[in-house]
Design a binder for this molecule. Structure first.
Ligand SMILES: Cc1cc2nc3c(=O)[nH]c(=O)nc-3n(C[C@H](O)[C@H](O)[C@H](O)COP(=O)(O)OP(=O)(O)OC[C@H]3O[C@@H](n4cnc5c(N)ncnc54)[C@H](O)[C@@H]3O)c2cc1C
Length: 253
């Protein structure tokens, strides 16, 4: 069995000013929202990307640095090498769930919304961004938009959007993915609302399978203990504070 699987790009859709969502010529049945793949571009590097859909496989890429800019610029017909899926995905639980995403962090939550709807779980989503040009496309469930500058949806952040629907009944579980401080604020709101919460974290990763320790946060490895964590991650000494940069040096987050 080869470690890497080759996948060819069949569609490249520009979702907003930063994010391109790729569709590939393979399926990844059984992979869970929240799990990730290591994407290798030969001659460049290998980096983790969340799964945005499985049938066919989709990956959303925000062009931020050298690797992601190269990845996001690939055209239909180009191939990438993938290994995975790795890590622990989101666990669906409850009857009514809330998905809160910031920026490209909304991509795995859209996939989670699809899986929830298949199981008859009622999902509501909040998608936040700095401005309209950075918003991701809606999920298939009801999607509330929030922008910091008010150029689309509610003027404010995802917490303002959560407060705007607080009278609409109780959510059993709140799922969140996006900037770490945003997820921390979402988790504290979840605590107040007596809902469970699952957070999808990011750290630089190299092996992706729990060997190298590059993604460690205190005693936890994001790649193999996560990347989805519960409330316990709020107590982690590195949460919202520090990360290991690509050279392995600890830096403020
Ligand atoms: C589990 C997981 C899932 C991911 N899913 C996606 C996804 O679906 N889509 C996507 O676009 N990206 C995703 N990423 C991020 C992706 O792996 C790359 O880090 C990202 O594309 C930037 O890589 P780069 O080499 O282009 O830029 P880099 O040069 O590595 O970074 C660009 C900028 O981002 C900062 N940065 C990068 N990583 C971190 C970090 N961990 N902590 C703090 N600052 C950081 C750098 O300081 C720099 O300013 C995921 C990461 C993880 C761990």
């Amino acid at each position: 069995m080869p470690i890497h699987q080759v996948a060819k790009i069949t569609k490249a859709e520009k979702e907003n000013e930063l994010v391109t969502t790729f569709t590939f010529d393979i399926g990844l049945e059984g992979a869970l929202p929240g799990q990730f793949l290591m994407v290798w571009l030969p001659g460049n590097d290998e980096k983790p990307y969340g799964i945005a859909g499985i049938s066919p496989l989709k990956i959303s890429v925000a062009a931020r640095g050298p690797f992601s800019k190269k990845f996001a610029s690939l055209k239909v017909g180009r191939r990438v090498w993938l290994r995975g899926p790795y890590g622990k995905g989101f666990k669906l639980s409850g009857k009514h769930i809330l998905l809160v995403g910031g920026g490209y962090g909304f991509a795995p939550l859209r996939f989670l919304a699809d899986e929830a709807m298949k199981r008859g779980i009622f999902a509501t989503a909040i998608c936040g961004a700095r401005s309209k040009g950075l918003l991701m496309a809606d999920a298939k469930c009801e999607t509330i938009l929030a922008t910091d500058d008010g150029s689309a949806g509610i003027k404010g952040n995802v917490i303002d959007a959560m407060k705007s629907i607080s009278g609409q009944g109780k959510f059993d579980t709140i799922y969140t993915c996006g900037p770490e401080r945003m997820m921390a604020a979402v988790a504290y709101e979840a605590k107040k609302a007596k809902a469970d919460c699952q957070l999808l974290l990011e750290r630089y990763m190299k092996c992706g399978i729990g060997i190298c320790g590059h993604c460690c946060m205190g005693e936890k490895l994001v790649c193999s203990d996560g990347p989805v964590f519960g409330f316990e991650i709020l107590e982690n000494p590195e949460f919202c504070k520090t990360f290991l940069n690509k050279a392995g040096k600890r830096e403020p987050l």
